[in-house]
Ligand binder design. Structure first.
Ligand SMILES: *Cc1c(COP(=O)(O)O)cnc(C)c1O
Length: 413
């Protein structure tokens, strides 16, 4: 497999074994991402010509000889470390993110916490964007704090000014762009340049963009995190996470995977691989429809503002245009002040938009949120309730009709 070449840091992957498995696969010569997602991580003629690889379930891996078990020179040594199924997805994501190694986790949150834990020691100080996915904050505030790691939250608009927050013991910066729920765009190249000058690791939660729309490692980050639960799995039917590291961060990430025994289930991994095949076409539709719905919402009298970096009016639009090649289907609309009863009339009667957490599946979703309870470095200003929308693969006309009827109910309430 072509992608195996990039994974030289895996201890169990002896050089001679990489040669052995490094035969032509169907990804060879695949340059464009839309071609890559179709071909990476599969080699039909390894499996009797079947287009999709089988799901390997397994703990024990047998060694043929005493020499083999002593040297551990075979591609697979134990189910927890790797199976052909996990490696296929790891290598595909490594290639798409442009990294050196990828580890898979059983959830996106597991990817965030494993990635942070990989790089910190007692006595360290870390910086996390105030706009980070909230459960990741809870990991820092509860567990990392107990382990002697101190966290400072920073304004997502800090850019190069982040250097002002560096201390002699600052070890890592966790960026997430655009921010969870509030969609602030961060200047990742400026943050990464400041951090690199001080040998500080930069971790980027890249879930919103996926590696198809943003490559944080190319922007200077050391690590890119995917809640694969979202767009990679893409069908709301599995939990999965992935962490990709560049060459200098690969060893510590791999140690964390081994020490923590991190490994997702085989079915979930397979669903990640399957989701990857259609990631490009799904994202294209999510983007097109999200832009249309975001523009429609912007024009509504009930809406104060729409937070979506793909909109030219969005404060993060310039950075988004510079660093990203697309926008996914997730954005926020902030309403003008309305009563709880009117908001309930809007939300409760929606027929196509489901109310629920997570996103990235084929279906449209909406949730109300209020970040004021946990943000500490920045102040969230309404004025009205905020709604986070995920625009699914339904016809955009139908989605707009659903929302239009919602606004009629809101007005009547
Ligand atoms: C959902 C999400 C996660 C967590 O993923 P799970 O698979 O739900 O644990 C992490 N980061 C971001 C940005 C997310 O949106």
């Amino acid at each position: 497999m072509t992608a195996l070449k990039t994974c030289a840091t895996r201890s169990e992957r002896a050089p001679e074994m990489r040669e052995m498995t490094d035969k032509d696969d169907s990804s060879k010569g695949a340059a464009r991402p839309e071609t890559k997602v179709v071909h990476l991580g599969r080699d039909p003629f390894d499996h009797h010509g079947f287009v999709n690889p089988p799901v390997y379930r397994g703990s024990t891996v047998l060694y043929k000889t005493l020499d083999a078990i002593k040297s551990r020179k075979q591609p697979y040594t134990y189910g927890r470390r790797a199976t052909p199924t996990t490696r296929a997805l790891e290598d595909a994501i490594t290639d798409l993110e442009g990294g050196a190694v990828t580890i898979l986790t059983s959830s996106g949150l597991g990817a965030v916490s494993t990635a942070m834990l990989a790089f910190v020691s007692a006595g360290d100080h870390i910086l996390i964007t105030d706009s980070a996915y909230q459960p990741g904050r809870a990991f820092a505030d509860r567990m990392l704090k107990r382990l002697g790691v101190e966290t400072t939250y920073y304004d997502p608009l800090a850019g190069a000014d982040i250097a002002k927050l560096f201390r002699p013991n600052t070890r890592l910066v966790l960026v997430e762009s655009p921010g969870s729920q509030t969609f602030e765009m961060q200047d990742i190249p400026a943050i990464a340049a400041a951090a690199r000058a001080r040998d500080i690791w930069v971790l980027a939660d890249n879930t919103w963009a996926t590696p198809l729309f943003c490559k944080p490692l190319a922007l200077g980050a050391d690590v890119s995190i995917q809640a694969a639960t979202k767009y990679i799995v893409g069908h709301a039917d599995a939990m999965l996470g992935a962490v990709t590291a560049n060459a200098r961060a690969a060893r510590l990430l791999d140690h964390a995977k081994e020490a923590l025994g991190t490994c997702p289930g085989s079915e979930e991994t397979y669903l990640g691989l399957r989701g990857l095949r259609t990631l490009d076409v799904r994202l294209e539709r999510h983007q097109k429809s999200a832009l249309a719905v975001a523009e429609w919402l912007s024009s509504r009298p009930e809406v104060d503002r729409v937070l979506y970096p793909a909109l030219p009016s969005d404060p993060g639009h310039t950075i988004w245009k510079r660093d990203y090649t697309g926008a996914s289907g997730l954005f926020t609309a902030v309403l003008k002040p309305v009563s709880e009863q009117a908001l309930a009339a809007f939300l409760d009667g929606l027929t196509l938009f489901g109310m629920g957490y997570s996103w990235g599946g084929y279906e449209s979703l909406v949730i109300p949120f209020d970040p004021t309870s946990y943000r500490t470095a920045t102040k969230w200003t309404g004025p009205g309730p905020a709604l986070r929308f995920h625009i699914g693969l339904e016809a955009v006309e139908d989605l707009i009709r659903d929302l239009d009827a919602g606004f009629a109910r809101l007005k009547a309430a």
